[in-house]
Design a protein around this ligand. Sequence first.
Ligand SMILES: *[C@@H]1O[C@H](CO)[C@@H](O)[C@H](O)[C@H]1NC(C)=O
Ligand SMILES: *[C@@H]1O[C@H](CO)[C@@H](O)[C@H](O)[C@H]1NC(C)=O
Ligand SMILES: *[C@@H]1O[C@H](CO)[C@@H](O)[C@H](O)[C@H]1NC(C)=O
Ligand SMILES: *[C@@H]1O[C@H](CO)[C@@H](O)[C@H](O)[C@H]1NC(C)=O
Ligand SMILES: *[C@@H]1O[C@H](CO)[C@@H](O)[C@H](O)[C@H]1NC(C)=O
Ligand SMILES: *[C@@H]1O[C@H](CO)[C@@H](O)[C@H](O)[C@H]1NC(C)=O
Ligand SMILES: *[C@@H]1O[C@H](CO)[C@@H](O)[C@H](O)[C@H]1NC(C)=O
Length: 279
Amino acid sequence: PRRTGLMKKKKVLKICLRATYYTCPDKPVFTPSSLVVKYGDPAFATCVACQSDCDESLANLEASGYKEKNGSTLKWKVSSLTEWKSDPICYYIDHNGTQCCSTLKVTLYQMPTNVSISVLNHSGPMLEKSQYNLVCEVGDVAPAENLTVTFYRGQTELGKAQYSRTTSRKPENGSFSLSLNATKEDDGAQFSCGAKLELGPEGPQRPLVVRSQSLTATVHCKSKENPLSSVVKSTSINYFKSNILIILCYSQHEGQYNCTVSNSVKTVSVLFNVKVQSK
Ligand SMILES: *[C@@H]1O[C@H](CO)[C@@H](O)[C@H](O)[C@H]1NC(C)=O
Ligand SMILES: *[C@@H]1O[C@H](CO)[C@@H](O)[C@H](O)[C@H]1NC(C)=O
Ligand SMILES: *[C@@H]1O[C@H](CO)[C@@H](O)[C@H](O)[C@H]1NC(C)=O
Ligand SMILES: *[C@@H]1O[C@H](CO)[C@@H](O)[C@H](O)[C@H]1NC(C)=O
Ligand SMILES: *[C@@H]1O[C@H](CO)[C@@H](O)[C@H](O)[C@H]1NC(C)=O
Ligand SMILES: *[C@@H]1O[C@H](CO)[C@@H](O)[C@H](O)[C@H]1NC(C)=O
Ligand SMILES: *[C@@H]1O[C@H](CO)[C@@H](O)[C@H](O)[C@H]1NC(C)=O
């Protein structure tokens, strides 16, 4: 019976589509004019097929679920809506034999089951001044076309992303990315993303947002190309040319040396002993 119902609906749709060239002066009117329903929630609407006199026997409602007819008023009710495309069609056949149709747009929505953030193809500390991609993965959300993903550093918005392709009404998985140039300031920062469904005034008034867990970034400083300006300190001798210490084979050069190299970030010292052997 479901299959024949679908076939009948398709046939009605086809006739309605053909009839769109014909501007019906008295179109069927749905109340409410559109519906936003959470997956599994009840749904109901009423259609008045024609406002002025029409042949009530030729008024009908094409929809799955419970239907009730009283004159040209048609009621539709579903206790738990789980059909992703359920738009009911209300119609009647006018004096000219033309089908006058109206479709109730039913937006069935589902909050994402899972929202997570990661760094694309990377784990461990990031390097400053390098580019990375933050990836936000969103699981089973519908309708995907009304989803906006926002990336955050702490509470600061970094950018937004949306589906770039056309989506179906069924739940979809999505992967969104944002490029990030890591800086020293990002060290210790908390990155996260939020998936938000925007369903307009007919939708729920509370915000429909699922936030990912935070990812704490570790950013290491990048060494400069020529990072180490060596300073060789020695109490007894100072024979060094550029960065090379020259030790001559004199017995007075024997002893402990402290070689210190440093850049703006840190200093490293190495102690070593020099022994001069006499021939
Ligand atoms: C049908 O509609 C009429 C007029 O609105 C109303 O008086 C009547 O009670 C309705 N019948 C049912 C069964 O709802
Ligand atoms: C949520 O997504 C993450 C990353 O894609 C995955 O590791 C995890 O298994 C998912 N959890 C569920 C419940 O789907
Ligand atoms: C990330 O890694 C996957 C497999 O590990 C690879 O197919 C993909 O090309 C990589 N993406 C980038 C942007 O490097
Ligand atoms: C989304 O991902 C989950 C977990 O990997 C999977 O079970 C589910 O079938 C996917 N949904 C779609 C619409 O591809
Ligand atoms: C990251 O840095 C590169 C090179 O400095 C620059 O071309 C790019 O626009 C920057 N991207 C962002 C997101 O700031
Ligand atoms: C949902 O997305 C569709 C397609 O982009 C758009 O026409 C519709 O206005 C959106 N709804 C809201 C409430 O933004
Ligand atoms: C080596 O020299 C550095 C820089 O002057 C100093 O901080 C460090 O204490 C010295 N090491 C020893 C063992 O004297």
